[in-house]
Design a protein around this ligand. Structure first.
Ligand SMILES: *[C@@H]1O[C@H](CO)[C@@H](O)[C@H](O)[C@H]1NC(C)=O
Ligand SMILES: *[C@@H]1O[C@H](CO)[C@@H](O)[C@H](O)[C@H]1NC(C)=O
Length: 228
């Protein structure tokens, strides 16, 4: 009955159940067949939504504190510094976990020159679907080499006068999304303005900084069909 009453069901049945004679179209069997096709289509759509469309991570620096940043110029330019950061990485996919196919690292740089490199996650580690991972990074050195050159030294002196330093935190790694074959470069840049607050001085309120992502998947993009 349901099949003969609706033209689109009829068309469905023509295609999927040609063995059933037209007289028997309104049997329960045919309706079940139509429903099965519909359910299949819905299931396929859900799986497509869950696994085909990659949503890249959301990265933010939610807290930061710079308690020391001093420059030594001899024998080479080097920073004596203490910097702690709280960084969050959110996997925005509700069904797919993300696997690190290369270690996830954070580089700190001043005026384009790197002075620290921190590992956040090892190769092979995974990030479950929908979860936010929080990284507390505490680093410090009495002499971290930084190739500032005289241009960088001038920039440091300028920022030193204001007490606010521009430090960039850059994340880099490579990931593979669950059910996908392609690997994607994972790169995020977080430009920070850090107010120097040596111990004993009032703490500085840090406003959350959202990082810019530059994802790039190797090969022919991320449109490769998943293997169910
Ligand atoms: C600052 O960094 C130095 C060198 O790594 C370390 O010895 C010292 O404990 C750190 N100070 C604080 C307050 O974290
Ligand atoms: C940075 O400023 C501090 C005081 O604000 C000063 O003692 C220090 O010499 C300055 N460093 C440089 C490299 O200008």
């Amino acid at each position: 009955m349901c099949c003969s009453e609706c033209g689109c069901y009829d068309a469905f049945c023509d295609r999927c159940c040609p063995c059933v004679s037209s007289g028997a179209r309104d049997t329960i069997l045919c309706c079940a067949c139509c429903l099965a096709v519909l359910a299949g289509v819905v299931l396929l759509l859900v799986l497509l939504l869950a696994y085909c469309f990659i949503r890249h991570a959301e990265v933010a620096v939610v807290d930061a504190s710079l308690t020391r940043l001093a420059l030594a110029t001899s024998p080479a330019t080097a920073f004596a510094y203490n910097l702690s950061l709280t960084l969050t990485v959110r996997n925005r996919n509700w069904a797919m976990s993300v696997r690190n196919t290369q270690p996830l690292e954070a580089d700190y740089s001043f005026d384009g020159q790197r002075f620290e490199r921190v590992r956040l996650a090892d190769e092979g580690s995974t990030h479950p679907a929908g979860k936010t991972q929080v990284h507390h990074l505490v680093s410090g050195s009495d002499g971290a080499y930084v190739a500032l050159g005289n241009a960088g030294v001038a920039e440091f002196k300028g920022e030193n006068k204001t007490g606010v330093f521009q430090v960039e935190v850059a994340l880099s790694g490579e990931v593979r999304y669950q059910a996908h074959f392609t690997k994607c470069k994972f790169q995020a840049k977080c430009p920070l303005k850090l107010q120097l607050a040596p111990p004993g001085t009032p703490a500085v309120v840090f406003e959350k900084v959202k990082c810019k992502l530059a994802p790039a998947c190797r090969g022919r993009g991320s449109e490769i069909l998943p293997h169910f």
